[in-house]
Structure formats: C-alpha cells, structure tokens
Design a binder for this molecule. Structure first.
Ligand code: MF3
Ligand code: CO
Ligand code: CO
Length: 257
C-alpha cells in the first residue's frame, strides 16, 4: 500500500491489535466469582503496560476503562462489584489509544451454561457483523451495511437496536460517519478507500427499544429481553477491507476453547 492513508492504517493496526489482545488476554479470567471491576482493573493495567491508554476513562465523565454489559444490558454497562455467576453472558468493550490512534472492539463472553436463546442470539449477532464486514469495498453504501445486518437478524426473530450505532474512528474516538446497523440497500454515503470506522451491532432477543438507567450510561432492553453485541474496527482499502481488531488467538465467538 503506497498512498495517502497507509500511515493512518499502520497506526490503526497498532491500536487495534492492542485492543484485540486485551480481549484475548481477559478470556481465561471470565469465570464465576470475578467482579466486573476486577475485569476493568486487569484490562486497564494490561493496556497501560503495553504502551496504550484506555479511551473510555474520563471520556465524557465515564469513570471506568471499559464497558461490561451483562444479559439484558445493551451497551455501556459500568464495571462494578457485580460478581459473574453461572448463566451470565456479557459483552466486554475495549477501546485503546496508542500513538493518538484508537482501536475499538468488543466480544461476548459466557459463564458456564447459558440459555439456548442467548446462545442463538450471540451467534446471530456475530454472524450479522461478519456478513456486513464481508461486503465492504469502495462503492458500496452505508445502507448496504445496515441492510445486511437487519435482514439477517430479523429473519431469526431478533431486532436491531436503533439508539446506538457504529462510528468513524481514527485519532478521534467517535467521528463521522455514523454507521447504522439497519437500513436500505444502495442508500446513504458511498464507501471510499481510506475510511476507518466500527461496525458494532447491538441485537435484542425481543423488541429493539432501549432505556438508559439513572447512572446516565447503562442502556438496557425495555422489555428485559437479552441483548448481544460484537464490534470490530475496520478500514476500507482499494478493493476491500482490513479488520484492525482481529484476534491473534483466533477467538471469534464463544466458546473460546
Ligand atoms: N466503546 C464504545 C463504542 O464502541 C464506547 C464506550 S464510551 C464509554 O463506541 F464512555 F462508555 F466508555
Ligand atoms: Co465503537
Ligand atoms: Co466499543
């Protein structure tokens, strides 16, 4: 690659690699008895020890280093003294800053045996993200991404959260364009080489409606149905895409063994 975005992509690669390594590293800690605060602390230190910084810390008043969203929490769950128990499933969302550039990625983790409906939801959420990633290339439209995700999960009886979306990302954590996870084919902004953004579908087992708790962050499903999410940071190349946050250990979706 010899063009005007190769330096940006090199920095995105470094930040993205640390974020995905952090998710790899925490995998074996996700067992009954660990608190979400402990997960936060371990990841904070790992990121710092590896030359990075946690972007969520002090971002718009947020006081933790990552988000832990359990069961019916859609996103932005705040680490606390909550202890993980058999049957819990959660999203851990890590965003690193390395040399001023961001890597943003999240995966689902399961604790022991979880409900079959949650297993199916997690599977569908992962597949919807990957289906959308596989169509990425210059010339497609943002609506094609949303359509791919929405049509896949709705066919399975699940719903796409409307109140949160993916985002442009580079030296800025959240920038234009918004990446909606629902939409119409051949609609919206056209993708161009050099663009960098996240795809991070939040999929509910029930209705898509969300409410934010009084802490100002924690978003939950209104109907208490389950919610799942995965996230990758990506770049558009001359004829396709690059995933900056792929797991070096080959961890894609649970179970990770
Ligand atoms: N990592 C989240 C995202 O995917 C944002 C978390 S912002 C925080 O965009 F402040 F809640 F951490
Ligand atoms: Co994001
Ligand atoms: Co994120």
């Amino acid at each position: 690659m010899n063009d005007n975005y190769s330096e940006k992509f090199e920095k995105m690669r470094v930040a993205g690699k640390l974020a995905s390594q952090t998710l790899d590293m925490i995998t074996d800690f996700i067992r009954p008895g660990i608190s979400t605060n402990k997960i936060d602390q371990i990841c904070y230190e790992y990121i710092k020890d590896n030359g990075g910084y946690s972007a969520p810390l002090y971002y718009r008043g947020y006081t933790k280093s990552l988000c832990t969203s359990l069961n019916h929490v859609v996103c932005h769950g705040i680490p606390s003294d909550r202890i993980l128990d058999e049957g819990d499933f959660l999203n851990i969302d890590v965003t690193t800053i390395v040399n001023n550039y961001h890597g943003d990625t999240s995966r689902m983790y399961t604790v022991g045996k979880i409900p079959v409906k949650a297993e199916n939801l997690i599977d569908a959420t992962y597949n919807s993200m990957m289906n959308a990633i596989k169509i990425l290339r210059p010339g497609i439209k943002l609506g094609d991404i949303g359509y791919t995700i929405q049509s896949y999960v709705e066919r399975k009886g699940f719903s796409v959260v409307r109140d949160f979306c993916g985002h442009g990302i580079s030296s800025v954590f959240h920038e234009q364009p918004n990446i909606l996870h629902y939409g119409k084919k051949d609609n919206g902004l056209e993708l161009k080489p050099g663009m960098t953004f996240t795809i991070e579908p939040m999929i509910n087992s029930g209705k898509y409606d969300v409410k934010v708790l009084n802490d100002g962050w924690t978003a939950v499903t209104k109907d208490k149905s389950f919610s799942a999410q995965f996230e990758h940071t990506l770049g558009i190349t001359e004829n396709g895409y690059e995933i900056f946050t792929e797991s070096a250990k080959g961890y894609r979706k649970p179970p990770y063994n």
